[in-house]
Design a protein around this ligand. Sequence first.
Ligand code: UDH
Ligand code: NGS
Length: 238
Amino acid sequence: MEKGGRIRSANCTARQRLAIIIPFRNRHPHLNILLRNLIPFLRKQMADATIFIIEQAPPTTFNRGALLNIGFLEALKTADFDCFLLHDVDLVPLNDRNFYRCGDNPRHYAAAINKNRFRLRYEHYVGGVVGFSKEQYIKVNGHSNLYFGWGGEDDDLAWRILNKTYKIDRYDNMTSRYLMIKHERDKGNSKNTERRNIMKSSSRRQDVEGLNSVKYKVNSVELCHLYTWINVSLNMTE
Ligand code: UDH
Ligand code: NGS
């Protein structure tokens, strides 16, 4: 691997350059397991991929949507990526044919998770692992930044995708299988009791609140062997 966590084949130039964006806080054992699986997986797919860990500094409540927006913006400061895989740290892909590339629509990769008995949780579920081309993520204006704590930000994203007349692409149920590493709810990420209320205004604010309004401070950027590690503080009120 190249410094900063880039994987690429020595004898094949990939058509797309991928950024894998992992929202993170205090899940080191999960990260180790994911990387041990994800790196060989990306190699088999002959991907040109760079892994970014976006770590949220305390004391703010965890905000997965904002971290994914930040990951997108910070990755683009380092290279002109074509395709963004927004990837939870606790989801291990089980099928090497689950091809990490972008197409005409955003793609929901984690459609069949063991926790949900390998079934799609509901039609508009886009949680866990989702992929966008650069143009697609800009057009939907990324995630909302308003969801602090667990839940809702992924459903809000589904509406953003559909509002912009994209479809949600998925591979078949055997291909899109993931193992979710078992865990308890994290401190600093309790259920967001306001999530359903926030969602009511989802469509109205789509174009003014999201990727184009996220406020944060980069505390550090480290180019490590397996990944680029970016520690950030959110500058938005909960
Ligand atoms: N994440 C962190 N640290 C945190 C919170 C979230 O890294 O403190 C990231 C991580 O990438 C994780 C993702 O955000 O995979 C999604 O958060 P989550 O794993 O907490 O969400 P999930 O729906 O689990 O997977 C909810 C808690 C279920 C508790 C079940 C108790 N039996
Ligand atoms: C929905 C949540 C989503 C969540 C999904 C899957 O109810 O954020 O469950 O949950 N939406 C709301 O709360 C509005 S899981 O299977 O991980 O427990 O991702």
